[in-house]
Design a protein around this ligand. Structure first.
Ligand SMILES: NC(=O)c1ccc[n+]([C@@H]2O[C@H](COP(=O)([O-])OP(=O)(O)OC[C@H]3O[C@@H](n4cnc5c(N)ncnc54)[C@H](O)[C@@H]3O)[C@@H](O)[C@H]2O)c1
Length: 277
């Protein structure tokens, strides 16, 4: 799909991968609805882009609420007349606990944002694109949707779900003119480890200071890639109508390791962290 003059909707657009993608879509000549739950930051980012002459609009929502996602679609159509590209990207990390100690509130939050948020986006926007005969949906999963590690049970459950949902959707949409991509990054330098900053207060989740992220911070600094690189990978995939967007070579190695060990009937074990088999 060509991007110049088209309309994109990006969720999770106030920060990280979503913000970098919105900036890149603007640079490609698109109008962009930038949607996020973090209202002050979103408005600041949108105002900055508007001051530079970009056709961007802000929409504040919680993607885990289907009615708010439907309202996002209506807002985008009212603002720009159509939607050609949906980047279903808003997401939150885990709370750093073993799966059996993950509380119902944490499950509700992670599955609600990371899996149902994507499902509601697909439900709200796909008919519109099919009727247009043109469109592309990019769902953000993760390498965590291809293979598992300890302490991220709810996150893996949600991201495996996004991969499965996306694989199903691309088959269902064959021949409609609507493409699907599934984004599976490994580490990207964003605020993902501070995700509980946006958790609803009534869930009683620990704020970022109380999540054990110190160990991860140095890891992030040494390994994480720039979100702008991921945004470039997304643009390439939309242009070429490619389904898989794996941003790190090591993800291929880990997915292969997981699939081969499954075929051998092995019990899952820690995956190679450095790409070694
Ligand atoms: N950073 C990584 O290493 C990495 C790796 C793999 C996948 N991902 C995925 O990338 C996506 C983007 O995350 P990021 O890394 O840019 O993190 P980020 O925290 O910098 O950005 C996520 C954005 O989503 C928004 N958001 C959170 N809950 C929301 C809700 N309920 N409704 C609407 N918006 C909400 C946040 O306010 C934030 O602006 C997520 O789906 C994440 O799971 C990130």
């Amino acid at each position: 799909m060509e991007l110049q003059g088209k309309v994109a909707v990006v969720t999770g657009a106030a920060s990280g991968i979503g913000l970098a993608a919105a900036e890149r879509f603007v640079a490609e000549g698109m109008s962009v609805v930038m949607a996020d739950i973090e209202a002050p930051l979103l408005k600041e980012k949108v105002a900055r882009l508007q001051a530079d002459g970009a056709a961007v609009a802000a929409f504040v929502l919680d993607v885990s609420d289907a009615a708010q996602v439907a309202a996002l679609r209506d807002f985008a159509v009212e603002s720009y007349g159509a939607v050609h590209l949906l980047f279903n990207n808003a997401g939150v990390g885990g709370t750093g606990k073993p799966t059996w100690k993950t509380t119902p509130a944490a499950w509700e939050w992670v599955i609600g944002v990371d899996l149902l948020g994507v499902a509601y986006g697909v439900e709200a926007f796909t008919s519109l694109m099919v009727e247009q005969g043109e469109g592309h949906i990019v769902n953000t999963a993760s390498e965590a949707g291809l293979c598992a590690t300890p302490m991220l049970g709810a996150y893996h459950a949600a991201k495996y779900g996004v991969v499965g949902l996306s694989e199903t959707l691309v088959m269902e949409l064959a021949g409609t003119g609507v493409g699907v991509s599934c984004l599976c990054p490994e580490l990207v330098d964003t605020k993902i480890f501070e995700s509980t900053r946006n958790a609803p207060a009534h869930l009683g989740l620990p704020k970022p200071d109380h999540v054990p992220i110190e160990m991860l911070e140095s890891f992030m600094k040494s390994k994480a890639i720039d979100p702008a690189v991921v945004a470039g990978n997304v643009v390439d995939a939309v242009r070429s109508n490619s389904f898989w967007i794996l941003t790190h070579e090591v993800s291929h190695v880990r997915a292969q390791h997981r699939n081969e060990s499954q075929q051998r009937g092995d019990t899952p074990s820690m995956l190679p962290l450095n790409g070694a088999k």
